[in-house]
Write a protein that binds this ligand. Structure first.
Ligand code: 2PG
Ligand code: MG
Length: 386
């Protein structure tokens, strides 16, 4: 039974205010924190001023005491009714309650007999809203040939280190961004040329998160470092060309957040994972729109976009019923909580999208390495286009 709830005013990796929650039961203290995005989608659950969220919750805290942690879905339904509390508080509260219900074993939520580990989808080079010169936000690495999770992590770390070394030699690195990825000084084509040489050496594949809404203005997609602006058809051809030239295996948000039809057209042309992040914002209603148009074969799942784990699971169920690949993702402003690692195992995610550089990123990969060794008969998940 929930005996008490404590809230702490903390900070995330970007130095933004954030909240640590603690739920106290007879079995102990169950805490959580969650990340916050910079390239946020229009339909995400809103975030509030952290102080206001805390004050508003304290006024209604009594409603949540005395509930059994096993009724975590009921706990979530109460959270969803609150109009004055943002995602930065509802999400960690919901995670804390689920941790209490599963005694800190969220990976075991559905009591599975064996576990399929996701592939890391790791951000090694960045641009867009996270900084750097490319409009494309994230250059991602997939260690497709890895036979185990520890091997997969070792590969993405080696690529990340090589990117630093090779780009530095040419003076192409301007530092590290919010997600611990290297900030490229070059345009998208030169960046991809260099990156593909490195990934070939390590037998890894490349994916891209365009986060295209961020650079779509009045009907055009802007690429200042290429000296180009593309209308929708030109953007379509550009994306298709990059997929073919660099043998991309994963493309996220290549069009703006309402372009369901462009996503569908692209999906028809290529057999790789086309995934939606800002397109869906982990919202069941948005996913249904995408399903009706067969827009994507994959979906980014960010618990804080939904605001509770119950709503996140509702989104995942719709996506799975429609054979979409689940990609559980971090946010650019993160914490050292590894909830998404445990959760990715619980929901059979194909990928865990998180960076490599920085404690708040590596803690998520390390957690999965730990579980790889602790759980019985672990294996890598099957992805038919890898
Ligand atoms: C994204 C995310 C995470 P942000 O667009 O996929 O990489 O960025 O958290 O800033 O929305
Ligand atoms: Mg994204």
């Amino acid at each position: 039974m929930i005996k008490d709830i404590n809230l702490f005013y903390f900070y995330n990796s970007r130095g933004e205010p954030s909240i640590k929650t603690e739920i106290l039961t007879e079995n102990g203290i169950f805490s959580a924190m969650c990340g916050t995005g910079k390239s946020r989608g229009k339909w995400e659950k809103k975030t509030f001023n952290v102080k206001n969220s805390i004050e508003n919750f304290l006024k209604i805290k009594k409603q949540f005491l005395g509930i059994s942690e096993k009724d975590w879905k009921y706990f979530d339904s109460l959270l969803e009714k609150q109009k004055n509390i943002g995602a930065e508080l509802t999400t960690p509260l919901s995670i804390s309650c689920l941790r209490a219900a599963t005694k800190n074993q969220i990976y075991n939520l559905f009591e599975k007999k064996s576990f399929n580990f996701p592939y890391p989808l790791s951000n090694v080079l960045g641009g867009g809203a996270h900084g750097g010169s490319t409009s494309i936000q994230e250059f991602l690495i997939i260690p497709s040939k890895a036979k185990s999770f520890p091997e997969a992590v070792s590969l993405v770390i080696n690529v990340w280190k090589s990117v630093q070394k090779e780009f530095k030699k040419k003076g192409f690195i301007a530092g590290r961004n919010d997600e611990g990825a290297w900030l490229t000084r070059e345009n998208e084509l030169k960046t991809l040329d260099m990156l593909s040489k490195i990934t070939e050496d390590f037998g890894c594949d490349i994916g891209l998160d365009f986060a295209a809404t961020q650079f779509y203005k009045h009907g055009f997609y802007y690429y200042p470092f290429l000296g180009k602006k593309f209308n929708s058809e030109q953007q379509f051809d550009f994306v298709l060309n990059l997929i073919k030239t660099y043998k991309l295996k994963y493309v996220e948000d290549p069009f703006h957040e309402n372009a369901f039809s462009s996503f569908s057209d692209l999906r028809k042309r290529v057999g790789i994972c086309i995934s939606g992040d800002d397109l869906y914002c982990t919202q069941p209603d948005r996913i249904k729109l995408g399903v009706a148009k067969s827009s994507t074969s994959g979906i980014i799942i960010k618990p804080d976009q939904a605001g509770t784990i119950s709503k996140t699971l509702e989104a995942i169920n719709i996506a799975k019923e429609n054979n979409m690949d689940i990609i559980v993702s971090h946010r650019s402003g993160e914490t050292c909580d590894y909830f998404i690692s445990d959760f990715s195992l619980a929901v059979d995610a194909k990928f865990i999208k998180c960076g490599v550089g920085g404690g708040e990123r590596i803690v998520k990969l390390n957690r999965l390495i730990e579980l790889w060794y602790k759980l019985e008969r672990p294996k890598m998940v099957k992805i038919n286009y890898l």
